[in-house]
Design a protein around this ligand. Sequence first.
Ligand SMILES: NC(=O)NC(NC(N)=O)C(=O)[O-]
Ligand SMILES: [Zn+2]
Ligand SMILES: [Zn+2]
Length: 451
Amino acid sequence: MFDLIIKNGNVVLRDGVKKVDIGIKDEKISCISEEITDDAKEVIDATGQYVMPGMIDTHVHISEPGRTEWEGFETGSKALAAGGTTSYVEMPLNALPATVNKEALDLKLEAAKTQNYVDYAFYGGLVPDNLEDLEGLSDAGVLAFKAFISNCGSDIPDDFTNVDDYTLYKGMQKLAELDQILCIHAENPDITSKLEAEFIREGKTSAMDYPDARPVIAEVEAVQKAILLAKETGCKLHLVHISTSEAVQAILKARSEGVDVTVESCPHYFSMSAEDVEEIGAYAKCQPPLRKKPVQEKLWEELLNGNIDWLTSDHSPCTEDLKLEADNLFEAWGGISGAQNNVDLMFDLAVKQRGLSVNRFVELIATTPAERFNIPNKGEISVAKDADIILVDPNQSYTVKREDLYYKNKHSAYEGRNIDCRVTKTIVRGNVVFDLEEGIVGNPIGKLITK
Ligand SMILES: NC(=O)NC(NC(N)=O)C(=O)[O-]
Ligand SMILES: [Zn+2]
Ligand SMILES: [Zn+2]
């Protein structure tokens, strides 16, 4: 007797898409077979839909505690569930205090405990003056670490701060010893902050000016620095939200020379360009910036050629006033609320419109991040793995509407956009947590994942 059987779906397995049934028992996938006729407490008919592992979103900012008016674990994890994410890793910045020592992590753990609808894990931060705290964070189970080679732009005392070169060097040495991955936001802070100031002085603050104030070279230079230090220290490196082909190429070159480095990008870099920001406005502002069309097209080539390892949302929410009340785009909060539209949007754009294979898509959203972050029980539909499964209907279309968003602040750069694909069910360890008809189902059953 199974707890749940998913029947008749096009199941995305490692070696191809197959029409098979999936039997789930005690939160795990216990049987995959052409036809399962056994009894089950519940049967889901997935005819006409893809059945794939849920997204593992390794880049989410939930700002709780401390900035709960921006986002919280309950609302954020509901949005993730509704968008087809079954696990996420929470960034060490935007909450107050930032997650840069064990005490701050404990506050996160306490706040997260009873509110998550999907499984979750945490990053620790690497900031100036916390070299002594890295081991404690590692021992407490953070999945990886995060640093900024970029301006964090906050002078609030408990907020996150970017690393200086000394901290980066010493931190990487320490993280190599601890066998931890360091994830880096890479944009040269000197170039970007001084260029931005210059552009503002000259009144050049349009959507098309913004990427020029944070130019491609700022990303490439910071990526090169990170690579150089990773090579020297032996630290495992991951570059987050990469926005340019040039940076991807630098990473590929380093990997071919033996550096242990991976790279992510985000749906917004593929779904919107600087030209679109002119219409959408500050909702679509982020760092690194959305690029102009020709730059974006080169990033698309990298994705389609298999050169980007995985996709993340970089869900970086805020209250609406920080988007709307800024004097100009340069002053608005940089961060896009995107947790709820990753799977459907990218399936539409990459698989349906540009011919990416469904198997490659699943590697990008689930299999590769699970392997890189060493989450051995997730990321794949195979026997004995956690039953973290989503149903994706490639034949449904819908328009993104404010009232359907679960975010604490219901704004999105995608509001009004039509998406030709839809997540219809999200299942976390065998529990349906989202159903298109019913919305969020049941209680917050999300569990902590530790290293
Ligand atoms: N403080 C942030 O959340 N920053 C984030 N903001 C973006 N991406 O615009 C990020 O990941 O850098
Ligand atoms: Zn970042
Ligand atoms: Zn981020």
